[in-house]
Structures are given as C-alpha cells and as structure tokens.
Ligand binder design. Structure first.
Ligand SMILES: [Ca+2]
Ligand SMILES: [Ca+2]
Ligand SMILES: [Ca+2]
Ligand SMILES: [Ca+2]
Length: 453
C-alpha cells in the first residue's frame, strides 16, 4: 500500500518529530532499559535495544560531547554490539570520540529493524534492516519487527497501513509478510513512516546525502541548499551556483574571476596581462623585471623569446632551439658546463648521463656529472667502480683486478673479493674453469663478497 491511501492521522504525532524520535511508534517502555553505558543487551535480533542509546547517557548530567559519533548502530543488527559511541560510565567528559558526525541526541529510534546512525549534519538516520527480523516477522518502519498473522492467500494480508508494501502470504509459513515502505530503495523509510527520507521517490535525497546546489533539501535537514558546494568564487543562490559579489563569469568554463586582480582577465574577460604582468584595480601593469614586448609583459631575464630585451625586427633577442635564456643572456645548453635547457628531450634539461645542477632555467643551473661520476670521454662515468676509469679517467685495472671504491683490487682467489662480470654476477677463479669452473672449489660468499672454499 502506498502513501496515497495511507491514513496520516494515525501518525500525525510523528510528523513533527521524524528524525530520531523514539516516540514514533509509541514504545516508550523500550527506552527505559537504556541506562548506563552502551554495553548492549543484544544477543540475537530481538526487540530490545542493544543499548547504544545508553552510550549517550543523558542522565549523567555531563555534556555529551564526542560521543555518539560515527555510527551509532548496533540496535538492529542482532546484537553485534557496534556501540562505538559508548560513553564511559563514570560520566567523565568524553573527549575525542571517533571522527565523524556528532549528534546531540541519541539516535536509537527504538525500532529493532532499523540501523540508526549519526550522519553528516549531526542528525540521525534510520536505515531499514529487515534482515534483523526473524522468520515469520516483517519489518515495520515504525514499530519494528512484527509477527505476521496467519493466512491462506494474499487477500488475507491486505492492510490499510501506508508504511507497509508488498503485502503477501508466505506459503511455507502460512504467515503474512510485508516489506517496509521504501519507495526509492535508498534504505531509508519516508519521513511520514519515521525514517527521515523527505523524498521517498528520489534515492539521491535522504539523510546523509550531500547537499547540492539545486533548490532542493537533499539531506533532509529541513534546509534547502545549506552547505551546497560551488566552484571557487561562486556561491549557491536561489538554487544555482552564481558568481559571488565582485566576481564575473569569464571564458567557456564560466569560472568566476575578480576582474580587478586577475592577470588573465584584467578589467575585462580575456584581457591577458602576459606572463610577467600583474593586474591591479583592473589595469595591467608590468613591474620589473617585466618589460612590455608588443602587448605582453615578459620577464626578459628568462624569456626565450625576449632574452635581455624585446625581440624586434631590428633586434634579434630570441634564443635558438638549443639555447636557454639565463640571466638575460642566451646560453648554450645541454652540454657539460652549459645551461640546463628547459626545452628539449630530457626532463632536467641535460642529455644523456649529465645531470642538471640546480633548477633548470634558472641562473647558475648547469649540466654536469653528478658526484661521484666524472666526465670520461663523452659520458659521465662512476670512477669508484669502473674498471677502465678506476679512481679517475683512463685508469684501467689490470687483468685479474677489479675496481672497488676507486681502487684496483685483486679478485677471485681464495680470500680475495669476488670478481664481477659485466652483467653484475660474481665469480671466483677456479682452476681450468676460466671462472665458470666445473669442479672448482672456490665459491663467492654472498655475505662477505669474498671467495671461500
Ligand atoms: Ca527511501
Ligand atoms: Ca530518498
Ligand atoms: Ca539541507
Ligand atoms: Ca540542495
């Protein structure tokens, strides 16, 4: 049965207290066992409360701060005891508590087939959990698990209750069953049935949903568009995101900019003050080291197009492809000792084994070999381990030696360090084996790196 045929009079008292009202359903007696902390009497999914309300312990007189945060469920899930909001029984100030929304009141609605949680905005949500009811019972969103009456056919199960739906006769149990009303399947029964879903036809609307700027109360807290997010510079007005006072929508994206200060839209949309320009009171300025070149303000210290001054027909001041503007001078770049080019193949402006010392494009940043490497021939070489450049360029190690810490060291015999192949593998000198050694007796000890028997 849907709401259209429902008699609202019966639950009129609940309409004004739809959120977290244990009074809806009229089962005040159940509340009285909520003394003390949320230890939960919940064994199986019975009709009692599992005590998470007790976690709030209004009676102890202390401020209920910090408790009841996170999820205050546990009442309907068969006593799993998720009373994470439980207060210490000594009633001391409850500090901390889990991060998450905090509700000022207990969230237990005394309905044993709803999961009660504190959601964004500090309000309680009561999500349906019909699985908490035993076989032969159905979940009524206001009164909880309800035993069905005996039936022989579906016709025996018709009711006039607007908060139930899909009334049917369970043939195996010969018992009437129904589903709790949840028109949009968002898990929350409608407000009129005690659940707090203020729009039971739209699953995007309900307690805990995020508020969108659309002229609708999406989170069902009674306030339209409260806290709805808009892009930077915009505010939510009359159901749509609009530029805040003093801001103007510019460009295709319509982002809200301040024409007084935005260097990309200075004084009017699209007026660009250039890469080094500033915008003050809606007028472009080109403070030093900027310089107006044509209609654009550039930094001639770093601009590849206007290096050291404006590039004009009479004065060629643009740097070539393999140069970079450093300190107002076009500098060759990319080789050892030259500037790191920010344009070009490598990420740091230096090709091959060279590394940029400094920040590419800034004065003093040059390409060099990173220590301990040295430029040997055409590439940076690690002279601490290179057998052709051991300890310096062009210092090869002799046969049977290898470079260790910049020193040529005999290797491969008993007690000596293991020799390394170019592929990184180690070996020891064994008779007749050329190092590969069938029947060899020396092996390389992985721990010491030396040849042992
Ligand atoms: Ca719903
Ligand atoms: Ca809804
Ligand atoms: Ca709202
Ligand atoms: Ca809204």
């Amino acid at each position: 049965m849907r709401l259209g045929t429902w008699t609202k009079r019966a639950y009129a008292v609940c309409l004004s207290a739809v959120l977290s009202s244990a009074a809806c359903g009229g089962d005040d007696d159940k509340k009285t066992d909520n003394s003390g902390i949320g230890e939960g009497d919940g064994g199986s999914g019975n009709t009692g409360n599992n005590g998470n309300v007790g976690g709030n312990n209004n009676g102890n007189g202390s401020a209920n701060t910090g408790n009841n945060s996170g999820s205050n469920n546990g009442e309907s899930d068969g006593g799993a005891g998720n009373n994470n909001g439980g207060n210490p029984s000594d009633g001391g100030a409850t500090t901390g508590g889990d991060a998450g929304p905090v509700c000022s009141m207990p969230c237990d609605d005394a309905v044993d087939c709803t999961t009660d949680t504190c959601v964004t905005g500090g309000r309680c949500a009561h999500e349906l959990n019909p699985a908490a009811c035993a076989a032969g019972q159905s979940c009524h969103p206001m009164t909880g698990c309800t035993a069905g009456k005996a039936c022989a056919a579906a016709a025996d199960c018709a009711d006039t209750d607007g908060c139930t739906a899909n009334e049917r006769c369970d043939a195996a149990l010969a018992t009437c069953k129904f589903d709790p009303l949840d028109g949009d399947d968002d898990g929350v029964p409608p407000t009129v049935c005690g659940g707090g879903d203020c729009n039971d036809d739209d699953a995007r609307i309900g307690p805990g949903q995020s508020e969108r700027c659309n002229g609708v109360d999406d989170d069902c807290d009674g306030n339209i568009d409260d806290g709805a997010m808009c892009e930077e510079g915009a505010v939510c007005k009359e159901g749509s995101c609009q530029c805040d006072t003093g801001r103007t929508a510019c460009g295709r994206s319509g982002s809200c900019v301040d024409l007084q200060t935005d260097p990309d839209n200075c004084g009017a949309c699209g007026t660009d003050c250039g890469p080094a320009g500033t915008c003050t009171a809606g007028v472009c300025a080109c403070p030093a080291p900027g310089m107006m070149c044509g209609d654009s303000c550039v930094n001639t210290m770093t601009s590849n197009d206007h290096c050291g001054g404006c590039d004009t027909d009479d004065a060629d001041r643009s740097c070539s492809r393999n140069q970079a503007c450093v300190n107002g001078m076009c500098a060759d770049c990319g080789s050892a000792g030259q500037a790191c080019c920010t344009s070009g193949g490598s990420s740091d402006g230096c090709p091959g084994t060279l590394t940029c010392m400094g920040t590419p494009g800034t004065p003093g940043a040059v390409c060099a070999c990173a220590s301990p490497s040295m430029m040997c021939g055409e590439s940076c070489t690690d002279v601490t381990s290179s057998e052709t450049d051991c300890g310096g360029c062009d210092k090869p190690c002799a046969e049977g030696e290898q470079c260790q810490s910049s020193v040529c060291t005999a290797c491969g015999d008993l007690g000596e360090v293991c020799c390394k192949r170019t592929n990184g593998n180690s070996y020891c000198n064994n008779p007749g084996g050329g190092g590969g050694g069938g029947g060899g007796m020396l092996t390389c000890d992985a721990t010491t790196g030396k040849c042992v028997e």
